[in-house]
Design a protein around this ligand. Structure first.
Ligand SMILES: NC(=O)c1ccc[n+]([C@@H]2O[C@H](COP(=O)([O-])OP(=O)(O)OC[C@H]3O[C@@H](n4cnc5c(N)ncnc54)[C@H](O)[C@@H]3O)[C@@H](O)[C@H]2O)c1
Ligand SMILES: [Zn+2]
Length: 716
């Protein structure tokens, strides 16, 4: 992901946050922040997602800048943890501070310039380490023994959590040397332990943790709980070293590691040293790319001046150090509405509940559905249609619903009733394992996959209608598409009292389909999350099946419209379909796409609709449309709206002129909408735009075309 090119997505843009118009609104927001922060740091629940929280903080900050006289005492912008930390009775030796945030390379550059100004010289160099998404603790060692562990609290005093914290992996009870010092770092829960924690918790009839951080906070502060999931620890600071040693940050952390303590520098993410901000940006970009594979939550990067002299000279404000800054990544957890729960039957007969969601942007990806794991889990997590749910994209990339906000549950909501029979074939369900299965296994889906394979838009095999497919499947002659090619006249004739002629015709049309272009084979295989136009794009990109099979997740993402979510699904589907693909290849089915684009388009039956679906905001000549988004788009922040325009092939712009091709108008739109009307620029309501985005993501060509037609004048 590029940072400098402005492509890096952010969930909030505090620089553009709007100040509140009245002091009452400002005070109400402050109260909301405080309440959310109390929940957040105690780990009980999550009142709002981080993006919403950060956006609210940004508005409070903007209001205080515009009307300083309104500022409340102990404003969340000036206090550690917005004053939400549970204040304990153990004073800290030196305050435990927050970090200031930036959200893009520009913010980082400004921070570095300010630091240089304060120092009166360029900073000597920076470290970049992962911002661990857990909670800060201070661990006191006396003569090498762990004696006390304290939470950050309000920054001046915290709670004693020694009992639970002693269980954290990475925080040894005894150091390698008998030294007296204080180690500070983050207690967190790994992805694997989070899954375990939620299983334990929901197994005890308690609501699941929405997030690994709440899980870590909840576990750390739990006094006597019958069950406990493991905690982990990474150190990022140390106090009480000999000041005369003038150790750099990297040097100090190296020493801490030598004492046997786990550190951010020693984690899979590492702690690269950077001489310039350009190098810092590259390191952050690298971390961002790797973060979903680390196995623990990283919500940003922390950049610190490395030299002891730079840190001493820069000092700290009451809230945060000046020598360090947090670069926040887009949040990995968002809230959205669960529209409905669908039951999916996989190719092998596995039956799973899937959440269909109001589209929401999570770490740069539009998410429209998420896994609910299995029916047991769904019941234990107590999630229902209509709920506001927490959705999270984590290590395995496929998003999951972690839980629901029970206080916002609509009164009319009903618990989900799991199916009693296979929703596809009506057959019995094998419930002996967590993953339910249709007892018919692969045969359960045979009819459906054959119908899809032979359809007009796929392999276009004439004469192979539903009825014949049904007869073939019942007779056990065909279980997958490759079996079709083994059929001969003699086998077909007795079926449905078929005559020689029609049986011959059918065999000929089956055999004739072998020459169809690769894109149609791919369509016919029916990979999840790929429709006709996506199959075509994949075929054109990779040209051969072999190349597609060899593609990595990263390779797949170079195809337009393939984000991380779809790439993972496609890869998984190809693995599952591999036996059928091999069988088809052995029967001589063409697995190559014609390279001449005109020929390819003709062969694949391309049309304008298909091109429009690939990049709806492209003009007929291929140039991007200039699109202005004004007002709010459901599920998206301003930045995400602009990003979506680009994803749809357009160019986003901030001002309306005669050259604007389309204006997306949402709630709170002002003068820009009026201007568009004056100039006669086409307008698309924001909810339609959200629909378009969802349809585009889902590869729903027809819906995309309809929505475009509604908004744009048809060319004369
Ligand atoms: N969703 C909510 O309701 C809610 C409520 C409160 C706070 N928050 C989130 O928390 C953020 C603010 O919280 P904050 O004041 O605790 O500040 P912060 O979490 O943004 O940054 C400071 C903290 O970062 C942690 N940290 C992790 N890795 C580190 C490293 N390598 N080096 C140094 N520190 C490291 C430390 O615990 C430190 O206290 C907000 O931006 C928001 O996203 C959310
Ligand atoms: Zn079935």
């Amino acid at each position: 992901m590029l940072l400098m090119g402005g492509k890096m997505s952010t969930t909030v843009d505090p620089a553009h946050a709007a100040a509140f118009d009245s002091r009452a609104d400002y005070v109400a927001a402050v109260e909301q922040i405080r309440a959310a922060a109390r929940d957040y740091y105690s780990g009980s629940t999550l009142a709002m997602d981080d993006a919403t929280y950060d956006a609210l903080i940004a508005r409070v900050a903007a209001t205080e800048a515009a009307s300083p006289e309104w500022t409340v005492a102990e404003s969340p912008t000036e206090t550690v943890g917005a004053g939400g930390g549970v204040v304990g009775d153990v004073p800290h030796t030196t305050p435990m501070l927050s970090l200031d945030n930036v959200f893009d390379a520009d913010g980082l550059t400004k921070w570095a310039a300010r630091l240089d100004r304060i120092l009166g010289r360029p900073a000597a160099g920076y470290t970049v380490e992962p911002k661990i998404d857990g909670l800060a603790i201070s661990a006191r060692y006396a003569d090498g023994d762990l004696t006390q562990v304290i939470t950050r609290g309000d920054g001046r005093a915290g709670e004693d959590v020694t009992g639970q914290a002693r269980r954290a992996v990475g925080l040894p009870h005894r150091l390698a040397e008998p030294v007296t010092l204080e180690i500070r770092g983050e207690v967190f829960m790994t992805e694997a332990d989070f899954a375990l924690a939620n299983e334990l918790r929901t197994g005890h009839g308690e609501p699941p943790f929405a997030h690994p951080r709440s899980a870590a906070a909840g576990t750390l502060r739990a006094v006597d709980r019958a069950y406990s999931a493991p905690l982990s620890f990474f150190a990022y600071a140390v106090h009480g070293l000999d000041p005369a040693a003038h150790l750099s940050h990297a040097g100090a952390m190296g020493y801490v590691a030598s004492l046997g303590v786990a550190t951010t520098a020693g984690s899979a993410a590492g702690m690269p040293m950077c001489a310039t901000i350009a190098e810092v940006v590259a390191a952050i970009s690298h971390l961002d790319a790797a973060r979903l594979t680390l196995g623990f939550g990283v919500d940003g990067a922390v950049v610190k001046a490395d030299a002891a002299a730079d840190r001493d000279d820069a000092g700290s404000s009451s809230r945060a150090p000046r020598w360090g800054i947090a670069y926040k990544f887009p949040a990995d957890t968002r809230t959205t509405t669960l529209l409905r729960i669908e039951v999916q039957v996989g190719r092998t007969g596995v039956i799973t509940p899937v959440a269909v969601l109001e589209p929401v942007q999570i770490s740069g990806v539009t998410v429209t559905s998420a896994t609910l794991h299995n029916f047991d889990d769904l019941t234990r997590r107590n999630v229902r249609a209509g709920d506001t749910v927490f959705v999270r994209r984590a290590g395995d990339v496929i998003p999951e619903v972690t839980g629901a906000k029970l206080d916002e549950r609509p009164e009319s909501s009903e618990p989900f009733t799991p199916p009693t029979e296979c929703p596809r074939c009506g057959g019995e369900i094998d419930r002996s394992q967590k993953r339910w299965r249709c007892t018919r296994g692969r045969a359960c889906g045979a009819h459906e996959s054959l119908a899809y394979y032979t359809a007009r838009t796929s392999m276009d095999i004439e004469g192979l209608g539903d009825k014949i497919i049904d007869l073939l499947v019942r007779a056990g002659l065909v279980t997958d598409p490759a079996d079709l090619y083994d059929l001969d006249v003699a086998t077909l004739k007795p079926l449905d009292r078929m005559g020689d002629v029609s049986a011959g015709k059918l065999v000929a049309s089956i055999q004739g389909s072998k020459a169809q272009p690769f894109s149609r084979v791919l369509t016919g295989l029916g990979l999840r999350m790929t429709g006709r136009s996506m199959s075509r794009r994949l075929a054109r990109h990779f040209v051969t099946m072999d190349a597609l099979l060899a593609a990595t997740i990263e390779d797949l993402q170079t195809v337009e419209g393939v984000g991380p979510e779809r790439a993972v699904t496609i890869a998984a589907e190809l693995v599952e379909l591999r036996p059928v693909i091999d069988k088809l290849a052995a029967r001589g089915i063409n697995m190559t796409e014609p390279v001449d684009p005109a020929a390819a388009a003709a062969a694949a039956g391309d049309d304008d609709t298909a091109t429009a679906a690939a990049a709806p905001f492209r003009k007929p000549d291929g140039a991007p449309m200039t699109v202005v988004v004004t007002g709010s788009v459901p599920g998206l922040t301003r930045d995400e709206g602009n990003e979506a325009v680009e994803r749809l092939g357009g160019k986003s712009s901030g001002s309306v002129s005669k050259r604007t091709d389309l204006v997306v108008v949402g709630d709170g739109a002002g003068s820009k909408a009026a201007k568009a009307e004056d100039l006669g620029v086409p307008i698309m309501p924001a909810d339609r735009f959200a629909d378009l985005l969802a349809a585009h993501t889902a590869g729903d060509t027809a819906r995309v075309a309809t929505l475009l037609e509604e908004a744009l004048p048809t060319p004369a």
